[in-house]
Design a protein around this ligand. Structure first.
Ligand code: C5P
Length: 235
């Protein structure tokens, strides 16, 4: 199969059906826009499983996603979409780049969720932009942005509840959307400890990629813990 694209954590392959692709999850991990590189053993397998369980939950609750089915430990069959060059970030609690930018302590609750968009461009380092930039630069239309924000609001509400049942606080997360051949905007890419900040409700222990970014150790164990709790929840 021909590889169409290779990202930091995944490879995309074509299939015989022009409307479908295969998403292959790798163990590679990067942080700081590629400045820090490494591998997290078994991450691809765990993130494939974790994304699958989260997507199934979201789909059950009316969110449309690119996932068709999970084929094996590292591969998913997905609808082919044109990914909008935007990362949509939701912050329920201040952490990471927001803590740094606004000099607010990590862990500070905010009055309502903050939605941010970043322009997906490695050369620029994925800069934070606003709706006016996105429209002016032709990255998305007003209608596409409105649709994305509506879905993100619902995804956040569903995920806060889902993680809460597993004893986890959803601090923040990033999602991406794609456009199908018939113009629909659907959730694409992954949702995993690579793309979410997840803190244990009781202990505030970090169970996400910050363990890799900040050299905290026990990275794989954190991903395993997230998968174990998700799997238990499904039963
Ligand atoms: O680094 P920052 O605090 O802006 O990240 C906010 C959230 O978005 C975190 O959950 C992080 O894992 C996620 N993120 C991501 N991919 C990026 C940037 C941020 O998944 N390129």
């Amino acid at each position: 199969m021909r590889m169409l694209y290779e990202g930091k954590a995944k490879q995309i392959f074509e299939t015989e059906n022009p409307e479908e692709i295969i998403v292959h999850y790798k163990d590679d991990a990067t942080a700081g826009n590629g400045e820090k590189k490494g591998t997290i053993e078994n991450k691809g397998v765990l993130n494939n499983k974790i994304t699958t369980l989260i997507y199934k939950y979201l789909m059950k609750h009316g969110i449309k996603t690119h996932l068709i089915k999970t084929i094996n430990e590292r591969d998913q069959l997905c609808r082919k979409v044109d990914i909008l060059p935007l990362e949509v970030i939701v912050r329920n609690v201040i952490a990471g780049s927001a803590a740094k930018a606004y000099h607010i302590d990590e862990g500070t609750e905010v009055k309502e969720p903050i939605f941010e968009i970043c322009w997906k461009d490695d050369n620029l380092g994925d800069p934070l932009i606003n709706d006016y930039h996105a429209i002016a630069f032709g990255l998305a239309t007003r209608e596409e942005l409105d649709e994305m924000y509506a879905q993100v609001k619902k995804i956040n509400e569903l995920m806060i509840e889902m993680w809460d049942h597993m004893g986890i606080r959803l601090i923040d997360f990033k999602v991406e959307f794609g456009k199908t051949s018939d113009g629909e905007i659907i959730l694409a890419d992954e949702i995993s400890p690579d793309t979410c900040r997840l803190w244990d409700k009781e202990t505030n222990e970090k169970l996400d990629k910050d363990r890799f970014r900040r050299d905290m150790g026990n990275v794989e164990e954190a991903y395993e813990e997230i998968f174990a709790r998700l799997e238990k929840k499904e039963d």
